[in-house]
Design a protein around this ligand. Structure first.
Ligand SMILES: NC(=O)c1ccc[n+]([C@@H]2O[C@H](COP(=O)([O-])OP(=O)(O)OC[C@H]3O[C@@H](n4cnc5c(N)ncnc54)[C@H](O)[C@@H]3O)[C@@H](O)[C@H]2O)c1
Ligand SMILES: O=C(O)C[C@H](O)C(=O)O
Length: 328
């Protein structure tokens, strides 16, 4: 058997973990011929539930699953990790200010960044799912000075998938015919789902849709506020769709994006499109199977500029807040 890929999943006993782990074990994330060894990280109170998930994983008799270990210690959980999915985070509770949320998450993502720095494999790739995902990724990356920041990414693939799906519903086109959709900025309500360069069956999406009011008053808010709509409907935040997006993100990173198309991911800015260098912002990205690249040369009209700037301003505020808290 080929050497298994070590995949560490934090928050393994949570709702996203439950929807994610079986798909990793079945080969949907890394491919049908790639064996995986899972390391599950939980807080001590979550370990028993993670053990239960491990029993169920065992009962799946997945041919690609080479082993499962459960930890409540980050250093041990990230030792030798090739892929790390940082799902566990501190959710916002009633009365909690944003600063409190950032501070609580700093207490999680700082030690996890340090543990990745100390022991992960040289080819480590990190996806942060836990919110606020972009800034949590920034915190983790800033505590892993020996790991290239490009390896720390934040998930905006769920927003991307939501945007594609809304275009499919509006146009009646099949999902597979929709390309070049972009999510810019933060994984929050300020994000900018952008159809300026999107295509439907090879034609300009905005021309096919021919309804700018729908784009501005329906599409953008629907995508940007979809997380809240799901919480309102389900009484809990999105889980299976978030897990699905995490699978998609890592699959695209490892196997590459299709010729002629791109996807969206939160990656470290190099200053492209006026996004200050060092921020972890969502961009249109391609992968060659090794590294993400920001799609260059796209025109940005005034409407898009304003929307991108607004979301990037929020990312800068979050960065200032975690700096002031001494978290980066
Ligand atoms: N980026 C996105 O698109 C996106 C989408 C949906 C949800 N989310 C976020 O993902 C996160 C997880 O969501 P969920 O529904 O699975 O939550 P959940 O509360 O069901 O599970 C979270 C799990 O993380 C564990 N945990 C907490 N701190 C930990 C730590 N320090 N180390 C390891 N494990 C820890 C908890 O014990 C819990 O089992 C939340 O922050 C949520 O807001 C992000
Ligand atoms: O957990 C949330 O606040 C929402 C989540 O990030 C989502 O986009 O579904």
């Amino acid at each position: 058997m080929t050497t298994p890929v070590n995949v560490t999943v934090t928050g393994a006993a949570g709702q996203i973990g439950y929807a994610l782990l079986f798909r990793i074990a079945s080969g949907q994330m890394l491919g049908a011929t790639t064996p995986v060894r899972l390391s599950l990280l939980e807080i001590p109170q979550g370990v028993k539930a993670a053990e239960g998930v491990a029993l169920e994983l065992e009962d799946g008799a997945f041919p690609l699953l080479a082993g499962i270990d459960i930890y409540d210690d980050a250093k041990a959980a990230f030792e030798g990790a090739n892929v790390a999915l940082l799902v566990g985070a501190r959710p916002r509770t009633a009365g909690m200010e944003r600063g409190d949320l950032l501070a609580a998450n700093g207490g999680i993502f700082k030690p996890q960044g340090e543990a990745i720095n100390a022991g992960a494999a040289a080819d480590i790739r990190v996806l942060v799912v836990g919110n606020p995902a972009n800034t949590n990724a920034l915190i983790a990356a800033s505590h892993a000075p020996d790991v290239p920041t490009e390896r720390f990414t934040a998930m905006t693939r769920l927003d991307h998938n939501r945007a594609v799906s809304q275009v499919a519903r509006k146009t009646g086109a099949e999902v597979a015919t929709i390309a070049r959709v972009t999510i810019w900025g933060n994984h929050s309500a300020t994000q900018y789902p952008d159809l300026s360069h999107a295509t439907v069956g090879g034609d300009a999406a905005l021309a096919v849709i021919a309804d700018q009011a729908w784009v501005e008053d329906d599409f953008i808010p629907t995508v940007a506020k979809r997380g809240a709509a799901i919480i309102a409907a389900r009484g809990a935040s999105s889980a299976a769709s978030a897990a699905n997006a995490a699978i998609d993100h890592v699959h695209s990173w490892v196997h590459g994006t299709p010729e002629g198309d791109w996807t969206s991911a939160g990656i470290v800015s190099d200053g492209s499109y006026g996004v200050p260098a060092g921020l972890i912002s969502s961009f249109p990205v391609t992968s060659d199977g090794g590294a993400w690249s920001i799609v260059q040369g796209l025109s940005v009209d005034d409407f898009s500029r304003g929307r991108i700037d607004a979301s990037v301003a929020e990312l800068e505020e979050e960065r200032t807040a975690v700096r002031e808290l001494g978290l980066i």
